[in-house]
Structures are given as C-alpha cells and as structure tokens.
Design a protein around this ligand. Structure first.
Ligand SMILES: [Mg+2]
Length: 383
C-alpha cells in the first residue's frame, strides 16, 4: 500500500459560542451565540482506495512538506514516518508538533480502516468506557456560578469535576488581564465553594493554567490539600522545571503537568526523571497517538499516572487502551451552563465522546478513530 495524496478539506461550520483568545492569550470571552467558523479535515489517500482522516490540519503544511514526505510511502510504517516527522519538527520550521499529531492520527485512522478495527484495539484494548471529569470553561464568574455548574454535572452523572477559575482574567473588573498576576485567593474561594456544594464523594481538581508564581502555587496546593482536591494541574508556566520540582517535593497534593511543553514524549521523559510532577500530562498535539503512547507506556513502567489532556477521539482511544491505574480519566469539556456539549457540530453526525448517565465516555467500535463525518454536509459547505 502506498500513500498517493495528502489534502486538507475546509468547510463552513458553527462554533459552539466560543471566541477564544484575548491579547493576553488564553482568556476567553464567553459568547452565548453560536458563530460561523471553519472546520478543517486532513485526508490521507492510498493506491488501495483506503483513506485516513483527522480533524484539523494546516493546508499549507499538509499539502506542502507533508505531502512531499509521505507520497509513495507505506502508511503502515507509522513508526518510521513518525520519526521522520519528529526530525522535521525538531530541526526545521516546516512542521509543528500539533501538525505532526494530526498526520499521525490520520495514519492511525487509515490503518484502522485497513484492518477493520478501532484504534484502541490496534493499540491493545483495556476497556470500552472511561470515567470522565467535567472540565469547566474559565472565567465563568463567582463561586456561585461554579457551584451551580458542578451541581448540574453531578446530576448528569459526573463523579469528577475540574475547575478552570480565573485565567488571564481579573474577576474584579471583570475583564481580561495579563497571565501574571493570577488570582489565587479568588480561585481558592471557588474551589472551596464547589467542595462544600458537592460533598466529599466527588473528585475535584483545579487547573490554573500557569498563572501562579511558585509561592502562590505552594499556598494554593496547601489550601487544596485541606479541601481534599485530587490534583493541582499546570499551576506555573511550564518552562520553569526547577520551580515544578520544588513544588512537587514540598506538597502532598498531586501536581499534574506538563500540559504545554514542547518536545513531545522526549520533554515529558525528562520531567519524569527530574521529579517535576507527580502525574504526567500529554495530548495528541505533542506527538500524535504514537507520541502519547510512548509517554503512557513510560509512565506505566514507572507506576506514574499519565492523565491525557483535552477532548477528542484520539484521547478516547488512547485511554481505552490504557489501564485505569495509568490513566484514570477522560477530560470532557469545556463545559458551561449555556452550552449544549452533547450536540455535534454540523460537520459531524455524532460527538466523538458520548457519555452515559453514570459519567462514562464510551469508545467507538467503528474502524479507525470512528469519527462520524457528515460528508453530505461537508461537500455542500466546502470552502
Ligand atoms: Mg490543563
């Protein structure tokens, strides 16, 4: 089998009322209205007529250097292609780690189509459903807003809930603010109110998204320990490995990081060696399924949890191929009261992480990644 083409398909779609980004970075303006947007889908075609797809992909990269690299190659040699792409992303400027991840996921989808098997079983299945935690939008408002959302999530079956509190956002304006200083006191007030509202049986986490100093992180960690939180995620900018090492050594609560450090599995292996976290974190934007799988297995061998970051079919399949002792949760969101997360965008027939009423996400049994594209809609709305 040989790859014959790589292309990116663009279509009009609707965004779920989210306008990401301020001049400070991650802070989001919440917008109740749906807005028109663009969906990108990367397609890898072969001489056998079998194709692989993944959501996302930059047209210039995929139809330029990636197409040059892949055409004529056997798509079943994913590991070889992964190492080639890793070299491209390490030494050149022609490929980001995220784009590498998109290509790798499309290749896994392709081999799943060829084999007639879902990706999680190609990796080696361990479970068909994964416990999800509800992951909130940041900057929702005061403690009462988070309490209401948490109670609603518990009613819907979630047994774990993660707070994104004030991120690049000054709650006193309220309005966008630089990443530092953060608002640790206000964040802990939200965390305390949520714990008091849901009781001790619900697992809780906090993700400040890198807005604290080391001293603030130490203080928040100790407050969260009193509130019986399960983990403190990504509290500082992740280029400060030594600060993370100190934080991890001096606190009892699990420190879960690095989420956004470049260098894919290699950088994460170094964090493990440095003792800079208690639980590692990875997602498909840092090496695709192949890169995540290396990190997950490294963690498993050392008895360290590897909690996958973010949503999407690749993460459902990875978690479904990993024992609960290594990856306990699937992150589901981001959630807020005004948003109906269960409704798929028009370019998909189904959302990629359907949940049952006990808080478990079920992995697709369709071949490959099992993403159900609405090709009629996509063809009618192609850009
Ligand atoms: Mg995070």
């Amino acid at each position: 089998m040989k790859i014959t083409d790589v292309e990116v398909i663009h279509c009009r779609t609707m965004n779920q009322g989210r306008r990401a980004g301020t001049r400070w970075g991650y802070g989001v303006w919440l917008d109740a209205e749906e807005t028109e947007g663009t969906a990108a889908i990367t397609r890898i075609s072969t001489d056998e007529g079998i194709t692989g797809h993944m959501l996302g992909g930059n047209k210039a990269t995929m139809e330029g250097p990636i197409k040059q690299l892949l055409v004529g190659e056997n798509p079943l040699n994913r590991e070889k292609l992964w190492h080639w792409m890793d070299q491209m992303s390490t030494f050149g400027h022609s490929l980001t780690e995220h784009e590498l991840g998109v290509v790798d996921c499309a290749l896994w989808d392709l081999v799943g189509q060829k084999a007639g098997l879902p990706v999680y079983q190609l990796l080696g299945g361990t479970r068909e459903k994964i416990e999800a935690y509800a992951s909130t939008y940041p900057n929702l408002g005061g403690p009462e807003v988070y309490v209401e959302l948490a109670q609603d999530c518990v009613k819907r079956g979630y047994k774990a809930f993660k707070v994104h509190a004030n991120i690049c956002w000054d709650p006193h304006i309220p309005g966008p603010a630089p990443q530092l200083p953060g608002f640790p006191k206000e964040d802990v007030e939200i965390c305390r109110a949520v714990r008091e509202a849901v009781g001790d049986d619900i697992v809780l986490m906090l993700d400040p998204f890198g807005v604290y100093t080391l001293e603030e992180s130490l203080w928040v960690a100790r407050e969260l320990e009193k509130l019986n939180y399960y983990w403190l995620e990504h509290p500082m900018v992740e280029t400060r490995v030594e600060a993370y090492r100190r934080l991890t050594q001096e606190t009892r609560i699990a420190i879960c990081s690095p989420e956004h450090i470049k260098g894919g599995p290699f950088a994460r292996a170094e964090w493990l060696l440095q003792g800079a976290c208690n639980m590692l974190r990875v997602d498909m934007s840092y090496g695709g399924i192949t890169g995540c799988w290396k990190v997950i297995n490294l963690c498993q061998l050392y008895g360290v949890q590897c909690e996958l970051h973010g949503v999407g079919a690749p993460h459902v399949h990875l978690a479904a191929a990993t024992p609960e002792a290594t990856c306990r949760y699937y992150e589901r969101g981001l959630l807020r009261a005004e948003l109906d997360y269960e409704v798929p965008p028009p370019h998909l027939h189904r959302i990629t992480d359907p949940i049952d009423d006990e808080g478990y996400v079920h992995v697709s049994q369709n071949p490959g990644l099992g993403i159900e594209y609405n090709w009629d809609y996509i063809d009618d709305n192609r850009i």
